[in-house]
Design a protein. Structure first.
Length: 231
């Protein structure tokens, strides 16, 4: 389970776009804590700290103890906004958590013991991942770092469903019959890749031919124009 992480913050009195821009100029990221039957609380967190946490992975499945103005609040990130060009964090939303409450989070799926799967190791099959994450309804202090799927003994044609996976904590929000992954013959994905590459090559060839035709037409038009001027 993920350990509770401490996050220092500063309480904000002013809100709005102008106030948010002022916070960013100070090297901080505006954020808000909501939920838990209490009014939203505006805060600001250090930009470097926020960027490190976001890009380290598992940000949305981490429970934080936020220290804002001497008051400690337990919350989990619900969403964040990044600058589309620089990737710098622009805003973070936190959900306040209270005792007895559960949250829905997307937990990453990790596949282990691939070398112990005869369909992959001996027969050259390929692991086709259907679900990279699974949505769990779980207590905030019990959120797993990941869900491990053991591939030991798996053969070509095997389909792994949620019912085959051990969920460390919480409850899966979908159906137990939902597929997580399957093992396909080596030619299946290979044929798909070859077809895709052929389609791309054909499209590029057609585009090049069209550009050549346009260039020739422009050159011919230019020659006709010059002939007319000389006449």
């Amino acid at each position: 389970m993920s350990a509770v992480k401490t996050l220092e913050a500063v309480a904000r009195d002013r809100v709005g776009k102008g106030a948010a821009r002022a916070v960013r100029r100070q090297g901080q990221v505006p954020a808000v804590i909501y939920g838990g039957g209490q009014p939203p609380q505006s805060i600001a967190v250090d930009l470097v700290r926020a960027r490190t946490l976001i890009y380290a992975g598992g940000f949305k499945t981490t429970l934080f103890e936020i220290n804002a103005g001497g008051k400690k609040i337990r919350a989990i990130p619900r969403d964040f906004q990044l600058d589309p060009v620089s990737g710098v964090p622009l805003h973070v939303d936190f959900l306040r958590v209270v005792s007895g409450q559960t949250v829905t989070v997307e937990v990453p799926v990790h596949f282990i013991n691939e070398d112990e799967a005869p369909g992959i190791k001996k027969l050259g099959g390929t692991l086709n991942i259907v679900a990279h994450t699974l949505a769990l309804d779980v207590a905030p202090d019990q959120i797993p770092d990941a869900i491990e799927v053991d591939l030991t003994g798996r053969q070509i044609g095997d389909v792994i469903h949620v019912s085959d996976v051990k969920i460390p904590a919480g409850t899966y929000t979908g159906e137990q019959t939902d597929p997580v992954a399957n093992i396909v013959p080596p030619t299946v994905l290979g044929a798909e890749v070859e077809a895709e590459e052929a389609a791309i090559a054909e499209a590029q060839s057609a585009e090049a031919a069209e550009e050549k035709a346009e260039a020739e037409a422009e050159a011919e038009a230019e020659d006709e124009k010059k002939d007319g001027e000389e006449a």
